[in-house]
Design a protein around this ligand. Structure first.
Ligand code: AMP
Length: 415
């Protein structure tokens, strides 16, 4: 089957076309046929498109909204000049898989989309006001443009974490607030953590239930996940993706009293504080320079910038804290796995996170660490390291495509 994978953000759409089916999944022979990214939707949109094995095409085109974005993508896919292997008309797209950010307690697995599921995703908007509306726009546009006969599947960022016990997901606030409003930790990046667990299992030739790892997704958004016996038992993001690690523009853990304090001292409204916590904090807020880790490392190395160093040090220390905490609640772990733009590419940041953890049994191999970058996968710890360290480049789109096939064929599974 040719699966169109769609990831709609508030002003962007990412897509891939992946050829996969149950047999190809078994043989690990799924194949990406094309991919693309449309950003700045709502004005002059920047578009990057690529057919596998061919150079990237970049263009700037005015794109009004998500429907227009999807229309543009579909026209490109079937255009005679594009020539994607085995695709000449819309009939060659057999199903669509959507990344949906929040599934709350309602959706614990990937789900074939019908009217009831659309309502369910709408019900979760309260919990993800920035993300779920964009995801819904993508679903409705795909249904309109491809017709109701093409099955669509929702793959939720929260679903993998639905196995967390109450002791992890409840906040220590009055219990009735959980009852009344479902205020609890949900966790995000679930599809990424699930992929990391799946690849770890493959790399080590073990069963699902034998996966005991700490998975670190470190990109522009960052989260840690404690995976025990193959299930997420704790994760650093919470009710929203604001909690936990230091991220590009989000600060992660902090004392909630800061909100009231800021309101009094700076006269900021709740909306302004929320925007500051989401968009002006984290690496950007600390450094005053950028949210981009690569640029921060360059500033530190080339100009010895104090605030760049401080931002990086705080980032690494927070990750270290979570590693320690998760080793404690799991009573030990077999491995740590790095993923995401920073986790996959920055040997320097991995080194700074792991340094000092030798007493816990984590010993990096400098050479393996420095050469496992740019999409490479593998072990980066020394043979004597009690806890192994891996780099596992994540691939959420592949799991979305596979889940889509499994839901369409009525053989859904957790991972
Ligand atoms: P993602 O959201 O997963 O695409 O990750 C984006 C983040 O990865 C940005 O902060 C990038 O600066 C960071 N990144 C990518 N390559 C490198 C690198 N070689 N060194 C440090 N950070 C990197």
């Amino acid at each position: 089957m040719n699966i169109l994978v769609i990831n709609c953000g508030s002003s962007s759409v990412k897509f891939q076309i992946i050829r996969t089916d149950l047999e190809l999944i078994e043989k690990n022979e799924d194949r990406r046929l094309a991919s693309g990214y449309l950003e700045r939707i709502g004005s002059q949109s920047l578009i990057t498109l690529q057919v596998e094995g061919q150079p990237k095409i970049k263009q700037a085109v005015p794109i009004r909204d998500h429907r227009a974005a999807l229309d543009y993508i579909l026209r490109w896919i079937v255009s005679p000049e594009t020539k994607i292997n085995g695709i000449s008309s819309l009939a060659d797209i057999h199903a669509v898989g959507h990344r949906v950010v929040h599934g709350a307690e309602k959706f614990t697995m990937s789900t074939l989309i019908n009217d009831e599921v659309i309502e369910g995703i709408e019900d979760c908007i309260d919990l993800a006001p920035l993300h779920n509306p964009a995801n819904l726009k993508g679903i409705l546009a795909a249904r309109e443009l491809l017709g109701p006969g093409v099955p669509q599947v929702a793959v939720f960022d929260t679903a993998f974490h639905s196995t967390m016990p109450e002791t992890s997901y409840l906040y220590a606030i009055p219990y009735q607030l959980y009852r009344r409003h479902k205020i609890r930790r949900y966790g995000f990046h679930g599809t990424s953590h699930r992929y990391i667990a799946y690849r770890y299992r493959q790399l080590n030739g073990i069963e699902r239930e034998q996966v005991n790892i700490i998975s670190l997704h470190l990109g522009n958004g960052c989260s840690a996940c404690a995976i025990q016996n193959g299930e997420s038992i704790d994760t650093s993001m919470g009710l929203t993706p604001l909690e936990g690690l230091v991220m590009g523009t989000r600060g992660g853990d902090m004392d909630p009293s800061i909100i009231e304090f800021l309101h009094h001292k700076e006269g900021m409204t709740l909306n302004e504080i929320d925007a500051m916590l989401n968009k002006q904090s984290g690496l950007l807020g600390l450094s005053g320079l950028t949210n981009d880790m690569r640029d921060l490392v360059a500033e530190e190395t080339e100009h010895n910038d104090r605030r760049a160093r401080l931002a990086i040090d705080i980032f690494c220390r927070r990750v270290k804290k979570y590693i320690g905490a998760y080793i404690a609640i799991m009573a030990g772990t077999d491995a740590i796995a790095f993923a995401g733009g920073i986790g996959e590419n920055s040997a320097e940041i991995r080194k700074r996170i792991c340094v000092g953890l030798e007493t816990l049994g984590i010993i990096l191999d400098e050479k393996l660490n420095s050469t496992t970058v740019g999409g490479k996968e593998g072990l980066i710890s020394k043979p004597e390291s009690k806890i192994k360290v891996f780099v596992i480049p994540t691939n959420e789109e592949l799991l979305i495509a596979r889940d889509t096939v499994r839901c369409v064929k009525n053989v859904p599974r957790r991972w």
